[in-house]
Design a protein around this ligand. Structure first.
Ligand code: HAM
Length: 419
């Protein structure tokens, strides 16, 4: 029979890799909580309409990357979440989370996008996201950016640079968009199929086209910055001042627009040059219009999400994998009644906080001892017939060359704990 393989672009994380994942997760969560963010958990499946409305009809995600289906039983259109912001805002509206004041929230988990898989780009990938709901000022934008900068330090990652931009208000963007379309139309013969298709649906996305010919056309285009009013410029200036005060370096990239439509004012991306084409490890920005767009009370908000696979690839390349966990003991047994006694011993030691592997599958003492050695445990505990009769256990250190000793069962825990 042919074997069944995982779905393309959806990866197993194997035991040899999970130590790094869990170390990463523990550090990120500790860092988010240290900044006052509280955990929220949303479903993986949401009504398709949520993402259409939040992310925008004319985005790559909604046009071609969502895993959507019709649930005939309930006559519902459903989608595996491609990101977390829409769900988080949906949950905040549904449960009136900001009725008594603003909230700082974080979430984690798998996201699904039907993209072409390649290194750093998967169809199931994992994000940590943070959203600050109900805060209008640039101070919270700065908090998010500085939080990320601090996290890279905390993780021991270097060379992740920040690109920053402001895309103003929807009104400012509408005025700009009209002039941008006029400019692009003047050079339509040099636009590629993507840019032509987006000319009327989403022309701003053409600003960050990777096609050199399109980039040339874009280089001569009007700049969105020239269309911003006083309030938008003040927000951006406020943010830049705070980043300077926090010692966070950045480059203003006027072509940075992001791939989701809910943003206004601040947008940013953190990029590493060590990951090839998929170098963006984190992205975010402000989305003051999203609550109203999803039927809630207008509420200013801002957030970001990071790609775990990409950050973990950077950590692995930098040799940041933590040492594997070492079991305290491996318990062997031989002879009538000794397995039951070994079983009880292992249970008692575990209840006392020790990490204990009980040999399974029988075999000679010699072969059990080989397994004990291979397990990496600090001690082998041997329950043989003699030991059983005397109510004792033989303790053999598996690292170093201390002699094997025998002790009453009740003493073993203390010996393992070094007391
Ligand atoms: P995003 O830029 O679409 O933003 O995704 C954030 C991060 O997720 C990216 O920078 C990247 O590291 C990772 N990522 C995205 N797609 C893939 C993929 N196919 N494979 C591996 N990693 C991927 C958002 O999702 C917004 N919700 C961020 C946000 C939160 N904005 C405001 N609040």
């Amino acid at each position: 029979m042919t074997s069944i393989r995982a779905v393309r672009g959806m990866n197993d994380v194997l035991p040899g890799e999970t130590a790094l994942w869990r170390d990463f997760e523990a550090k990120v969560e500790r860092w988010l909580e240290r900044h006052g963010y509280r955990n929220i958990r949303m479903p993986l499946v949401e009504p398709t309409q949520l993402f259409r409305r939040a992310i925008g009809e004319a985005t790559d995600i909604v046009e071609k990357e969502m895993y959507s289906w019709r649930d005939e039983l309930n006559a519902e259109e459903l989608t595996l979440r491609p990101e977390g912001t829409a769900s988080c805002v949906r949950a905040a509206i549904e449960h009136s989370l900001v009725y008594d004041g603003p909230k700082r929230l974080w979430y984690a988990g798998p996201m699904y996008r039907h993209e072409r898989p390649q290194k750093g780009r998967y169809r199931q990938f994992h994000q940590y996201g943070a959203e600050a709901l109900g805060y209008p000022g640039p101070d919270i934008d700065a908090e998010h950016i500085a939080l990320c900068a601090g996290l890279w330090r905390e993780l021991g990652l270097e060379g992740i640079r920040l690109e920053l931009n402001t895309i103003g208000s929807p009104e400012e963007r509408a005025r700009y968009r009209a002039d941008l379309v006029r400019h692009l139309q003047k050079h339509e013969e040099r636009l590629d199929a993507d840019a032509k298709r987006r000319l009327h649906s989403n022309p701003l996305r053409t600003l960050d086209s990777k096609n050199p010919m399109v980039q040339e056309v874009v280089a001569g285009a009007p700049s969105l910055m020239d269309y911003l009013g006083e309030a938008s410029l003040a927000h951006f200036d406020g943010l830049k001042r705070m980043l300077a005060a926090a010692g966070v370096e950045y480059r203003v990239n006027p072509r940075l627009v992001r791939g989701l439509d809910y943003y206004n004012l601040t947008v940013f991306e953190w990029i590493s040059d060590r990951l090839g084409a998929q170098g963006t490890v984190c992205g975010g920005g402000r989305y003051d219009g999203l609550f109203a767009q999803l039927g809630g009370k207008p509420t200013p908000a801002t957030g970001f999400a990071m790609g775990n696979e990409r950050l973990i690839a950077l950590l692995a390349d930098a040799g940041r994998a933590p040492a594997p966990q070492v079991p305290d003991a491996y318990v062997l047994s031989q002879g009538e009644g000794s397995l039951e006694s070994a079983f009880r011993l292992a249970q008692e030691l575990r209840a006392g906080g020790l990490q204990v592997i009980l040999h399974a599958g029988g075999g000679s003492l010699k072969s059990q001892m080989r397994k004990a050695d291979a397990s990496g445990a600090r001690f082998a505990l041997i329950v043989g017939e003699d030991e059983l009769r005397a109510g004792e256990v033989s303790v053999k250190a598996l690292r170093g060359d201390a002699a094997q000793t025998r002790h009453p069962v009740a003493r073993v825990a203390a010996i393992l704990k070094g007391a």
